[in-house]
Ligand binder design. Sequence first.
Ligand SMILES: *Cc1c(COP(=O)(O)O)cnc(C)c1O
Length: 467
Amino acid sequence: MYHHLQKELNELDTLLDKVRKQGVHYLKNLRQRPASTTHQVGDAPGLNEEGLGAEGTLELFNQRLEPLMVSSSGPRYLGFVIGGSTPASIAGDWLASIYDQNTQTVEGQGDISAVIELETIKLLLDLFELPPDFFGGFVTGATMSNFTCLAVARQWYGRELGKDYAKDGIRDDVHILTTTPHSSSVKSLAMLGLGSRNITKVNTLKGNREAMDIDELENKIEELQGSPFILISSAGTVNTVDFDDFKAIAKLRQKHRFWWHIDAAFGGFAICSPAYKHLMDGWEQADSITVDCHKWLNVPYESAFFLVREEHKLLQAETFQNSNAPYLGDPMENFNYLNFLPENSRRLKALPVWFSLTAYGKKGYRDIVENAIEMTQLFGNFIEQNPYFELLAPVRLNTVCFTLAGAENQDKVNAFLTALNDTGKVFMTPTVYNSKKGVRAAFVNWMTDTRDIDIITKEMNLVIKKV
Ligand SMILES: *Cc1c(COP(=O)(O)O)cnc(C)c1O
């Protein structure tokens, strides 16, 4: 055994204890750590001939890279939609690395990690109040979840025309209807050969909305004259967290032939709050659903899951079966995750989720979600009442989309945002909404509280006077 490995095997507790202490120190000081850095990483040292050993490597990491790590898992990182990690999820994540299972099959191959994954999906169905006839699994993020769901939709579309696209490739123009899809759905259409330009856009509702106009959807459906189509709907758009009307879409399903996909990456968590759960009414009738776990569930990256109705399982197997490996057997008889999603070898991504859901339960997640909504409202009120800023859209759930007040200040939006992020006290990301430059602040972190809102608004008041 190589000498570093031998030594570390003998002194495992020393190494892991150092890492544990460092992790605790990081987490306990998250509030003090900058949310953004302007420092550059210096030249990379390159591959070492002898190796530094794990402790030497930890020292190098701490010297070169650790000081530049930003508090993206902390309470004032409001850019994109970035969750943190609950303590239980970190425990589960550490153990997923330590036990290092390759999550595949539920029987016959000697490990139970896929059973844990299926069990975790059941917990999620319970949290999201969805019926048990969804099959689910973990992928790296909502992008891959959208990809997985739309891949099955593609196979469904082919079957509607009597074809097998997985085997023969796509030979038809595939009709895709959507209104405000996330960029990752558009990217998935590109990756799937469906073509990102083949989207038919359905108009939004009038009045500063990003949700689909259902009457217009019906018109578009009529124009298809009975041809099948794929509908990509949104439970929470990224700019303004608008929701398509799922009850109305569910009704249309009684009359028309389409695959219904819902991207509920973070908006699906509305269901955890009694005051907002009505936004999700009807979603249980979708064919496929995307939800991210590394956002509002607050587990470490990379974690998301897909849900596809059990009745489509054969289509899913046709799409993803790893069919050149005869030792894996018939995908419909010998269950193995690799026949139902893009990856073959897989980390036990379910474990952090299993830990966190088991640790905090429905009430814990209700609390996390409602707290984030409350913080969003506090921050939204600040924007509304401050003469220097204005909302670009009403605050609907957990995102505030705003800009500098006055058309003449559009030129200053980027400078303001850069100066604000450079304080290191908060991190937000730019956007464009209704042709206006703006800023988005998204609240999903489990730690954010009123102290953070005070710090953020104080900094904003200082920075706005300087730009
Ligand atoms: C974040 C997000 C995605 C993409 O998710 P990743 O986890 O970054 O892959 C897709 N859809 C929506 C609505 C999102 O918010």
